[in-house]
Design a protein around this ligand. Sequence first.
Ligand SMILES: [Zn+2]
Ligand SMILES: [Zn+2]
Length: 123
Amino acid sequence: MKCPVCGDPLGSATYIKVPIGMCHLCEAVWVAPGQLEVIKKTPRTFDEREVVKVRLLMEWRIVEGEQASPWHCPACGIRQIRTHYKDIPSLIMDRCPKGCGLWLAKDSLQKIQILANEEGRPT
Ligand SMILES: [Zn+2]
Ligand SMILES: [Zn+2]
């Protein structure tokens, strides 16, 4: 599989033991369907600086609903759909309409974990 953004072959990596594809140039990640939930449910501690950084990044750009993604699915080559993670409009991701997987920007996996941590916290 190649990175749809850079055209370089996707490398394999793991994120907290979950196998993912990663582009070593743009650091975008390719995750199989269902694996985001595994990542979300795995507790991890972040230091306060990381959390602040993620919060700032999250407020930067928002996608409402679904639109055409500029990128194709690295697995089957069809145009992906740009959407967001669950009810978080600032956590943007692309998904293959055939369900091959999800394409996320670098830091998105950390964002999902940080938000999951905060959900569990009493307010
Ligand atoms: Zn890339
Ligand atoms: Zn696909």
